[in-house]
Design a protein around this ligand. Sequence first.
Ligand code: AOF
Ligand code: ZN
Length: 364
Amino acid sequence: MRRALQLAAEGLYSTTPNPRVGCVLVRDSQIVGEGFHHHAGGPHAERVALAAAAGEARGATAYVTLEPCCHHGRTPPCTDGLIEAGVARVVYADGDNNPRVAGGGVRQLEAAGIAVTGGVMADEARRLNRGFHHRHAHGRPFVTLKLGMSLDGKVALANGVSQWITGPLARADVQRWRAQSCAILTGIGTVLADDPRLTVRDERFDLGGRQPLRVIIDRQLRLSPHARVLQEAGRCVVFTRQVEGAAAVALRDAGAELATLAGVSAEAEILHVLSQLGAREINNLLVEAGPGLAGALVAAGVVDELVLYLAPMLLGGAAQSAFALPELKALHEASRWRIVETQPIGEDLRLVAEAALGLTLPGS
Ligand code: AOF
Ligand code: ZN
């Protein structure tokens, strides 16, 4: 299963919207075939492993990191493939909470007389696909919020100057988080200030030719048709209240897709955008945004993970804080996080924190 998990991770940057899955076929203590799922529409891990085994799978045990599927999606059911190949036993790590599978794979295999064991290294497998599971469980993506800031939690000077707070290695490290994401969300303030591209340019990551979907919240449609987010490969969707008029036409001509926020109250906006992204099968959403959007996401209780790059500098009280949040009157009201990783990156420190369990946040 450890080998199957390694294989599954090969699809880290390319399987979206599908999960990352690996499979190893073992007969008489020998690996007779192995494989992983590379991209949606391509063969599933089990099918790749069965093809590699070329008839040697009869009587074998299949180690799969996800419950084998039993439905006709873009590809035929893996359960049929395993049964036809004469596999004797299936050991899987994590259940598939896609409602079209959800235990059905196990039932089909057992009905065919195959011995099935689940839950082996389930935590590791679940971690690899937490976005996929999150989307199926909540109808919205797993949200990672990335911010570069000073040691005193500031992201820009009062006059708006923010380039650069973190060093070049920290900025290059962001490419890895982008590459793992199905979409990248930002606000119009950040686009106007920095004109970012929001693309993956590091060739170490095999994205299978895709780019993460770029998502901008821009209520009044201030985005320029010449913005760099519109010149790059991949798609860009703009959530706005102004889907008609000259600016809308110009942006559509420049390749943007406009999604309306009309009729959505200010309080409901964040959850509306996230559920729209869930409906577009976005599993992992990376947010690279300024204090307004970062604060709104935290206040809405939808940030699952923080990735903070802390630069060893102090910007002082007049500088802009990373999160625009309402004033608190007591410490117990504070949003709480659990630090799960700290890693020096060049001269900066990368800190990963997860939303603390046990807090009931609105909308979660
Ligand atoms: C597996 N093995 O390697 C993967 C599975 O549209 P399709 O045919 O690609 O099916 C996608 C669904 O199949 C996906 O939502 C998930 O439930 C399952 N993914 N299952 O047995 C695999 N990638
Ligand atoms: Zn399958």
